[in-house]
Design a protein around this ligand. Structure first.
Ligand code: NCD
Ligand code: ZN
Length: 348
């Protein structure tokens, strides 16, 4: 096994540009896990009820800050769930209350998306209002009416159209899974970027259904073919500023996963950085690790460099079988890197 990285090294505190923090007791349980690894996080709005207006957005931010406790580096960047009914005024109020982005969920595409957008064209005025307010548009890019493995490809023409109609709107195609999505993002102008998860970098559909069924790695969009995974790996390790980390860490209780109607979502927050370091040591460079986890995303979102850094040490630990009642990625298996508590960058 290649050991191109030193056994101890520091990075600016990584950011996570796609994260689910849930509500109530789950929020209290899972925010600290995220805050142990990440600084700025884009918080998804698919709670029940969803984050749709400035009141729910501000309240949710307060709850997250309380749950984070003593983690001054942890900054939730808030999003709202786009509805066709959002007026320009409602979008302006969301921007004024500090929203960073709006999230487009096609209706029925994923967990808690029953109230998503059914007619994407009807949301065009919302995109116009977001462009005017300089809000980022985050897209769950799947057409739920297509065959499951084709859903992302089927949605790409809509992304293309939105990008061409709103040239000043910053657009993030979330958790991309296919070579065709990589190609489209590369072809579109600089205002279009994509997040990639750690599980889509490491796994294919085989991990879910290739052997015994593993519901704990089932997510939307599902992992695809080996050549898709390779295209994602090349994009993450490339020099392009368009591809950056968004974990899509999405905890669901064991009972909701090991079920005849199991929920989509993989819990990765506690293991994402050790697994990413390992991935980039094998396939990339220290520079690509830093760009993917600490630089490109914050530049796209126009967030300043982190004031904090983390030291990673090559020191193996065994991932617990559960965090609360959630089974994490790599449960019961060893990962190779241990992270320090974030510290302020001296002189910063
Ligand atoms: C996410 C969730 O559980 O909230 N699930 C998932 O499979 N990724 C929603 C999402 O991002 O699609
Ligand atoms: Zn998600």
């Amino acid at each position: 096994m290649s050991r191109q990285f030193p056994d101890t090294f520091s990075l600016p505190l990584p950011d996570d540009f796609h994260l689910h923090l849930r509500q109530d007791e789950a929020l209290l349980r899972y925010v600290p896990d995220a805050a142990a690894s990440f600084g700025r996080v884009i918080v998804m709005p698919n709670t029940t009820p969803p984050i749709r207006d400035e009141h729910s957005l501000s309240r949710y931010r307060e709850q997250i800050m309380t749950a984070a406790g003593d983690a001054p580096w942890f900054v939730p960047l808030m999003t709202f769930k786009i509805a066709e009914s959002h007026t320009a005024d409602a979008v302006r109020r969301l921007a004024e209350s500090g929203a960073t982005a709006g999230k487009l969920y096609p209706q029925g595409a994923t967990t808690n998306a029953e109230d998503g957008v059914s007619d994407i064209r009807a949301a065009w005025p919302v995109f116009a209002a977001m462009e005017a307010q300089d809000l980022v548009l985050c897209i769950h890019g799947e057409d739920p009416s297509s065959f499951v493995l084709d859903r992302e490809d089927a949605f790409l023409p809509i992304v293309d159209q939105i990008a061409s109609d709103f040239p000043r709107l910053r657009i993030v195609l979330e958790h991309i899974t296919t070579a065709r999505a990589v190609d489209l993002v590369l072809r579109l102008p600089d205002n279009v970027a994509a997040t990639i998860t750690v599980h889509h970098l490491l796994l294919t559909l085989d991990a879910i259904i290739g052997g015994f069924l593993n519901p704990h790695v089932f997510c939307k969009p599902v992992m695809k073919r080996p050549e898709d995974r390779e295209a994602l790996a090349r994009a993450a390790c490339s020099d392009s500023p368009k591809f950056f980390f968004g974990s899509d860490s999405a905890p669901h209780p064991i009972g909701a996963k090991e079920s005849s109607c199991g929920c989509a979502g993989v819990y990765t927050a506690p293991v994402a950085m050790p697994l990413l370091i390992d991935f980039f040591e094998r396939h990339g460079t220290m520079e690509s690790l830093r760009a993917f986890c600490c630089e490109r995303g914050r530049r796209f979102y126009r967030v300043p460099p982190s004031d904090y850094e983390v030291t990673y040490t090559r020191e193996a630990w065994t991932v617990p079988a559960t965090y609360g009642d959630v089974v994490p990625l790599n449960a019961g298996r060893a990962v190779s890197w241990t992270a320090s508590r974030p510290t302020i960058i001296s002189g910063g």
